[in-house]
Ligand binder design. Sequence first.
Ligand code: ATR
Length: 288
Amino acid sequence: MEISGRTKVCALIGDPVEHSLSPAMHNAAFKHLDLDYVYLAFKVRREELRDAVNGVKALKIHGLNVTKPLKVEITTLLDRLDESALNIGAVNTVLRAGDKLIGYNTDCIGALEALREAGVNLEGMKAVILGAGGAARAVAFAVAPKVRELVILNRTVTKAESLSRDLKRRLGVDVRFGGLSEVEKEEELKDADLLINATSVGMKPNENLSPVNPNLLKPDLTVFDLVYNPVETKLLKDAKKVGAKVVDGLSMLLFQGAAAFSIWTDRDPPLKVMREALKSALEERVSG
Ligand code: ATR
């Protein structure tokens, strides 16, 4: 596909962006569907965000993905936020509609789709989320209305508390919270159906670490790890060993990207092509 004067530009903004897998995933999808779109990555520091947003309007950039450290701050610079972005208080996708910029958060739907694809039915489940950062917030808002019981455990307890308060205020759902001590994990995981790791524990270069002692895992638990580098984390390896069902972080990355793709193009995302592109980009990054 030739880049022309009509090509629509989508871009990732954030800092750092050099190692992002999103350009590979979206450009492969545009190419596959022969869409006249291109996806780039722009390094934008926090203090440059206002100028960057004005630049998006002036240059008529079609869509954005937004990553650290801009996801929260950009919410105040857009013309409108969809419900999930409003709830979560963070934006990871932007669509330009004329001279208006609309913010979305597709991490929420990304988490739900990853679980749905793995055949996980949230209804009636007790879920335990480890972490209370940006990713944990999106996942908590996704699963809270569907599960029977939700518990959020975080190293910094005040962040878990404030997430729990937001879930009550915005969704009217009661969510318990606590710290990440061994005692708390053991107590909460005893009768849990779903464990979601939304901390960065286990991410390279600390791939030998797991946020959960293997003896707390059991065959009837589903374990969803948002960490995708490596794809098979120590937590997921331990979970497989005891016969638990596992869902990896690459699925969430794929489905949040797929939802953004649909927002920008109004087309069904070519999931297979996008997943393959993600995998190759990840392998290249590891070997490169
Ligand atoms: P993301 O956008 O990926 O969620 P984040 O907002 O920086 O990133 O959140 C990182 C999460 O990982 C937080 O829940 C963090 O715990 P704190 O709130 O206490 O900082 C958690 N985390 C990071 N390193 C950790 C560690 N070594 N042990 C336990 N939790 C950790």
